[in-house]
Design a protein around this ligand. Structure first.
Ligand SMILES: O=c1[nH]c(=O)c2[nH]c(=O)[nH]c2[nH]1
Length: 302
């Protein structure tokens, strides 16, 4: 005998674009996102007994996403994700949880002849803004925000020495190395009891995103890094200090290695240590350093 242990279903890769047109100024603003919706609830019989009466079709979920985008603001993405997830648990008595992920794709306003252009945009980097909302019936809305694919590099100001050495160790210590990573960071908000509680905090979401991005970049640039581990901990601490409603910050940072190349075989060229100028960027393998940092003491309440 077998039984269904867990199930959820929905629509992934819902592509959505919304334009806001200000008739008084002619200025337009655009948002492009990718949405994933997954529903949980009393849906077991659709799997075990071919009972489709409990299925809110994934097409319905997609149409709902478009309708809610038309009827509500899509920014900040935390608000939109909360609205969509809350909708499913409020609307369907047999749906008890809705997971909504939003990826916001970057469109930055063009500067043309020195002025911000009213309706033209460009992609200045692949970095995305992320939100994961989970609405659970009677248990509130959980929100996790993030940033992903922010590629950074510093050409000095990073060391790595004093690490454990044994018969498996070949890596030399270094007091000056290249440090490069593709930043993925998330910050978990304290639980919001209702959608109205999310709405009360709207300005905090964009502020936290700007602060997290600025802290990440400034700490990366300014810290005389002892290791990826130590630098990412310093970033996390500062985000927690800036955003009182955030209860946990996590980072996932690949250490993208740049190897020195010994060119002494060619006419004694000096290209190692302090003379190193030409390096070989490595696509793999890479280090992968992760952490989650929370506040000490009792959990904060909203
Ligand atoms: O910052 C670093 N952390 C490590 O854990 C590690 N391991 C390694 O080989 N290089 C580095 N760099």
């Amino acid at each position: 005998m077998s039984e269904l242990s867990y199930a959820r279903y929905g629509k992934d890769n819902i592509r959505l674009y919304k334009v806001h047109k200000d008739p008084s100024t002619g200025i337009q603003s655009v948002v492009e996102m990718t949405v994933c919706i997954l529903l949980e609830g009393d849906i077991d019989t659709s799997y075990t007994a071919a009972d489709n009466s409990v299925v809110v079709a994934t097409d319905t979920q997609k149409q709902t996403c478009y309708i809610l985008a038309k009827q509500n603001p899509v920014t900040p993405p935390e608000l939109f994700a909360a609205i969509v997830s809350d909708h499913f648990v409020q609307t369907y008595s047999h749906i008890h949880a809705a997971h909504v992920k939003v990826i916001v794709h970057k469109w930055s306003r063009m500067t043309v002849e020195g002025k911000p252009h009213p309706h033209s945009f460009f992609r200045d980097g692949e970095e995305t803004r992320l939100v994961e909302a989970v609405a659970r019936e009677g248990k509130g809305i959980s929100l996790k925000s993030g940033i992903k694919d922010l590629l950074v590099l510093k050409s000095t100001g990073s060391a790595f020495y004093g690490f454990h050495r044994d018969e498996y160790t070949q890596l030399p210590e270094t007091w000056d190395r290249i440090l490069s990573t593709s930043v993925e960071a998330h910050w978990q908000w304290s639980l919001f009891p209702t959608l109205a509680d999310v709405k009360k905090e709207i300005p905090k979401f964009d502020q936290a995103f700007v602060d997290a991005r600025t802290i990440t970049m400034e700490t990366f640039a300014k810290d005389n890094s002892a290791s990826v581990q130590n630098t990412m901990y310093k970033m996390s601490e500062q985000i927690l200090a800036k955003a009182p409603l955030v209860e946990a910050v996590s980072y996932s940072l690949p250490n993208k290695h740049y190897f020195e190349i010994n060119l002494s075989w060619h006419k004694g060229l000096k290209n190692t240590g302090k003379d190193a100028e030409v390096f070989a960027p490595q696509s793999n393998p890479n280090g992968l350093i992760e952490c989650t940092v929370t506040r000490k003491g009792p959990k904060s309440k909203l």
